[in-house]
Design a protein around this ligand. Structure first.
Ligand SMILES: Cc1cc2nc3c(=O)[nH]c(=O)nc-3n(C[C@H](O)[C@H](O)[C@H](O)COP(=O)(O)OP(=O)(O)OC[C@H]3O[C@@H](n4cnc5c(N)ncnc54)[C@H](O)[C@@H]3O)c2cc1C
Length: 462
């Protein structure tokens, strides 16, 4: 008899899980959004807003409807939690399979990734300026949103998902579709509603089995990201920096990050260089740049109707980012993706309404400022001019949309899932999406979420 698997959420993780498991199981998908349209839920931001642009959505394909498909693994060297390090290490063997599902076309991803990282390391070494090394983010040339296979019993626009339990297991899942209530039996339930949606469902599972847990939703971590300044490189290294900024390899584009380790060694950030034309360091221009960079479709076109579009740096960005043409020059924008650890930031709900209590702490800002000083020193010997902000405030940084950490993973009694992503308090419910990522240095999370999905689907079949 085939297992009945119920998957909740058709985002990056949920779609990949459906498509893997449907080969051997009866898979039912429950998705809150439409199959082919997206909505943005109203969010009550208690402290800092994520960003001026939308950083997640509800709808088939989940946040991959908005994403840029940049693929990079999380480097185990940068992970400090032993239990999560084990998970990331085990997940490495699923990276190639996940990358294929995320539109990677070349050699196995990990071979190409290793090759390009060593090539870019040689380029960086020649400059003699980057002691913490480099890393590479690879963007497949073509990508689109993810779709579930026709064989999956998929239900969209569902609401009021509830769980019925028996002996520490979820026996059935009920949901509303249209005006009708339905119920399906489940051997296995996988919750993949994203870092902001999953805690609500986990809460419901845990109360269905008669327990309670205070920490559900706490630990929200993101990547604070910001344009923090400009640099004008010396003539003799312009070519190297051009290559590190963006390298078109045909089927993909490589953008290289300069790794920056904090003094205590616990935090790792990544600095990227993007062509610019002026040495000005203006927050309003950076905010506008982020608005047109992250938006897509009609929204992006609407945002373009502003006089700021004629700022030389914006024009340089448009040519470089949107049309893949790099304007030759020695001036670069510096964008840093900062690491954030799980802390007190959290998501909670009033009924179905989402509250996001996200902040960047004073300690984090102080670590980031130290790192910027370090970056400034690194660049001194290879540049003619540097204009980096020296007293970074939270105004300069916003969410890179890598929402993570709202479900704790580990072997402590109050951790919610174990290293196989199974809920500790329930025998047949798993969580797989950004919520279980406990640490992510500067690495975009999509490839890791994909690899975790491949690993979990194998385990469910076993
Ligand atoms: C502009 C932008 C660019 C990005 N670029 C990159 C990039 O280049 N590389 C990268 O790695 N990452 C990138 N990301 C981040 C990446 O897209 C996300 O990390 C990833 O898609 C998250 O996947 P997920 O499966 O955790 O959640 P999601 O893909 O968001 O999926 C969650 C799904 O659950 C559904 N859902 C929610 N609540 C419920 C409920 N109660 N019941 C049923 N269904 C529910 C949602 O509708 C959604 O379909 C980017 C994000 C943005 C916004």
């Amino acid at each position: 008899m085939k297992k009945n698997v119920v998957i909740i959420g058709a985002g990056l993780a949920g779609t990949l899980l459906c498509n893997e498991l449907v080969e051997n199981c009866d898979v039912t998908l429950l998705e809150a959004g439409d199959k082919n349209g997206i909505k943005y839920p109203e969010v009550n931001f208690i402290q800092k807003r994520f960003a001026e642009v939308k950083t997640f959505c509800i709808g088939g394909g989940g946040t991959t409807n908005l994403w840029h498909n940049g693929l990079i693994p999380i480097n185990t060297e940068d992970v400090t939690s032993e239990e999560f390090k084990k998970v990331i290490t085990e997940t490495e063997s699923y990276i190639d399979k996940a990358a294929c599902k995320l539109y990677w076309l070349d050699n196995p991803y990990s071979d190409e990734y290793k090759n390009i990282v060593s090539q870019m390391s040689l380029v960086a070494e020649k400059t003699g300026a980057f002691p913490d090394g480099v890393d590479c983010l690879l963007y497949p040339e073509k990508y689109r949103k993810l779709d579930v296979k026709d064989r999956v019993d998929a239900f969209y626009s569902v609401s009021n998902i509830e769980f019925v339990s028996e002996n520490k297991r979820i026996k059935s899942v009920s949901y509303c579709s249209g005006l009708k209530k339905h119920s399906i039996d489940a051997d296995v339930v996988i919750i993949s509603a994203g870092a902001l949606g999953t805690p609500l469902l986990v809460k419901k599972v845990i109360s269905a089995i008669g327990s309670s847990f205070d920490k559900i939703g706490t630990g929200l971590a993101d990547h604070p990201i910001g344009f923090i300044g400009k640099v004008k490189f010396k003539k003799h290294i312009t070519r190297s920096m051009n290559c590190l900024s963006a390298l078109n390899k045909g089927n993909y584009i490589c953008r290289t990050a300069i790794r920056l380790k904090s003094k205590c060694g616990k935090y790792t950030c990544g600095a990227f260089f993007r062509p610019a034309l002026t040495m000005g360091n203006k927050l309003s221009i950076y905010k506008y740049k982020s608005l047109i960079g992250a938006g897509n479709g009609l929204e992006r076109v609407k945002n373009m109707f502003s006089l700021k579009i004629f700022h030389p740096d914006i024009l340089a960005e448009i040519f470089s980012h949107l049309f893949g043409i790099t304007i030759p020059g020695r001036i670069y924008n510096i964008i840093v993706i900062f690491e954030q650890k799980r802390g007190k930031s959290r998501v909670s709900y009033d009924g179905d309404r989402l509250n996001v209590d996200w902040s960047i702490t004073k300690e984090e800002l102080s670590i980031y400022n130290d790192m910027l000083l370090k970056l400034n020193n690194m660049l001194t010997g290879i540049s003619d001019e540097i204009n980096i902000i020296t007293d970074l405030t939270e105004e300069w940084i916003w969410s890179a949309a890598h929402h993570s950490g709202t479900i704790s993973l580990g072997n402590k009694p109050d951790d919610l899932v174990d290293k196989d992503l199974k809920l500790n308090s329930c025998d047949n419910v798993f969580v797989c999406d950004g919520s279980v990522i406990q640490e992510h240095s500067y690495a975009n999370t999509g490839l890791t979420i994909g690899a975790l999905s491949m690993r979990l689907s194998e385990r469910v079949l076993q």
